[in-house]
Design a binder for this molecule. Structure first.
Ligand SMILES: [Fe+2]
Length: 171
């Protein structure tokens, strides 16, 4: 006799109806914004870690330490953003190909000098900040205060990250 499948073991339908008072359209809109931000965070994560590994010169130690703090913060942010997408009932994007397509931060492994590497990270932190602002605006329009709060915290961190990096190449 065939055993009836257990619906709890069905992993083929990752989206679900979150019953938390947000309308389905609002949940989808916010999850889409969060998906783009997740992609931006992953792109910036790998580039920040690349600078941590490859930077050389008189500022080596401070840039090496600063980028370590920053990629560790991004790693935590990635998990929070992805889990927020799930709490909104949507599937979190989970492939480098998808991240490359979704993110405004592009793959790049060219900068040679410490100044070029830092300038790249300053620009990319700025792009992430712009993405976060768009996400906050969308979340507020949908009355998703939890997403707005999460993204506001990340924005504060990356504005500061941008400042700290920029001071390494200031005259
Ligand atoms: Fe390290």
């Amino acid at each position: 006799m065939a055993v009836a499948p257990n619906p709890a073991l069905d992993t083929s339908t990752p989206d679900f109806r979150a019953q938390t008072g947000l309308e389905p359209k609002a949940r989808r809109t916010c999850a889409e914004q969060l998906g783009r931000i997740l992609a931006d965070c992953y792109q910036l994560f790998i580039k920040t870690q690349g600078v941590h590994w490859n930077v050389a010169g008189p500022a080596f130690y401070s840039v090496h330490k600063l980028t370590e703090e920053q990629y560790e913060a991004l790693y935590k942010a990635i998990d929070k953003v992805a889990e927020r997408i799930r709490a909104l009932g949507q599937k979190a994007p989970a492939s480098y190909t998808t991240y490359g397509a979704l993110s405004i931060i592009k793959d790049e492994d060219k900068p040679q000098t410490a100044a070029e590497m830092i300038a790249m990270l300053v620009r990319d932190n700025g792009l992430l900040c712009a993405s976060l602002r768009e996400g906050i605006e969308a979340a507020e329009a949908c009355e998703d205060v939890v997403t707005a709060d999460l993204l506001t915290g990340l924005l504060a961190y990356h504005e500061q990250a941008s400042w700290m990096l920029q001071m390494h190449i200031a005259n």
